[in-house]
Design a protein around this ligand. Sequence first.
Ligand code: ZN
Length: 179
Amino acid sequence: MRIVVAVESEEAKKRSEFQGKIAQLRDFNEAFELVKSAVLAKFNMHRAGLSLILQVMPSNLGAYHILGSNVIVVNRAVLAFIKEVSKSQEHYNSYLFMVLAHEYIHSFGIVDENTVRHMTYDLCRDLLGDNHPSTKMAKDDPSSLYPELKTLFSSAPGRFGSEFEVVKNFDRTNMSYIQ
Ligand SMILES: [Zn+2]
């Protein structure tokens, strides 16, 4: 009995540590480093040399990865919207972590949307627990936490912007590994 309790509290401790890391993320690069270490720990998968681009896109689209490329494109309009409606920096960071994890998993050549969604959910649930905002958004979609997103899409669906902002210093830690 004592052993069971000890194991449970060890797991709870790890989760609260990881939750703390999400809450304290300061930028895209930190968020991505955390995503990479999480994916490595959970799935033993690692790759380097990705670029992050911000683009205005229709608001039903959070992000995309161009298959076979090293580019992740995140919808800056949705990002700005979530920042505005988020109850806290932690909530915004939780969205960022979830969306980057999803696209990072795609970047391993995993095309099937359901597989990626399931892996992202598994990752978040393991590391953060069922009640964390990242896990909730990975389970359904961000509009489960932010129903305003649906309103936004029906009132102003948006369009693809022609401007691309490349995020500086993204995935820089592993630059020396690029072929
Ligand atoms: Zn996807």
